[in-house]
Design a protein around this ligand. Structure first.
Ligand code: DGL
Length: 266
């Protein structure tokens, strides 16, 4: 099974993309709703939670892990790779790879915007990884802490949401970024507001789609490992708390009702 975890249900944007790209594989998801949000927590706490989430997914039969949460990926991927021997994917590496493959980024002096939670932006992981791939790229980061609650409230078209997006994106627009990384699980749901605000010619990088495509390539290139993964059957979506808002957000992401199964996770 492919195990996916997130701080809540936002990571279902990643699970949904994986479902579409790899329909034959069985998924087990864990959304840590009881301890969400991760985006405002310290790296040490996020690392501890990430370890516990992976242990839980392994117990449930996962043979490969996807860290769908950008906040967790930004501070915990390297840390958990040292503790676990199974393959661990995250949303950051594929997004960076995609940025670097854009025609505009192949030229020198690409101007790249990154938006995310406070934990993700404070970690500096995107500028670090992008700079490793392209020394001359200019990277402009912006934390957007209000966007997660707005998505969870379902304010996807609200005037207030548009105003807040305008405020967050204005500095990046002034910097004339040519690509914008959506460095948070929830932001793909706001893509329709973000694209016109940042500019229609700016390439928007959605980590969920990039990760699903990378995972597909990995499994095609590692057929022996892929054969050992469970296929068919129902996907399972565990959460450490069931709330009305989570049920609504999950439905919004999948476009269908989804059964969220309570499990404390640790
Ligand atoms: N899943 C988180 C992320 O992608 C957003 C929600 C949270 O802060 O926990 O960064």
């Amino acid at each position: 099974m492919i195990g996916i975890f997130d701080s809540g249900v936002g990571g279902m944007t990643v699970a949904h993309a994986i479902e579409k790209a790899l329909p034959e594989y069985r998924l087990v998801y864990f959304g840590d709703l009881a301890r969400t949000p991760y985006g405002s927590k310290s790296p040490e706490t996020i690392q501890k939670y990430s370890r516990q989430n992976i242990e839980f997914l392994i117990k449930m039969g996962a043979k490969l892990i996807v860290i769908a949460c950008n906040s967790a990926a930004s501070v915990a991927t390297e840390h958990v790779r040292e503790s676990f021997s199974l393959p661990i994917f995250d949303v950051i590496e594929p997004a960076v790879k995609r940025v670097m493959s854009l025609p505009i980024c192949l030229k020198k002096k690409a101007r790249i915007g990154v938006i995310g939670t406070r934990a993700t932006i404070n970690s500096g992981i995107y500028p670090k990884k992008i700079a490793e791939a392209c020394e001359e790229a200019r990277i402009f980061s912006q934390e957007c802490p209000l966007l997660v609650p707005l998505v969870e409230e379902g304010w996807l078209q609200a005037r207030e949401t548009k105003m807040i997006i305008r405020r967050y994106l204005s500095p990046l627009k002034r910097k004339q970024v040519t690509a914008l990384v959506l460095g948070c699980t929830h932001y793909p749901l706001l893509k329709n507001l973000i694209q016109p605000r940042i500019g229609k010619n700016v390439s928007i990088i959605d980590s969920s789609e990039e990760l699903a495509a990378n995972l597909r390539t990995y499994l095609l290139n590692n057929s022996e490992f892929a054969e050992g993964l469970e296929k068919g059957g129902e996907h399972t979506y565990f959460v450490s708390d069931v709330t009305d808002a989570a049920v609504r957000t999950a439905k919004r992401i999948f476009g269908r009702d989804l059964e969220l199964i309570y499990h404390k996770g640790i």
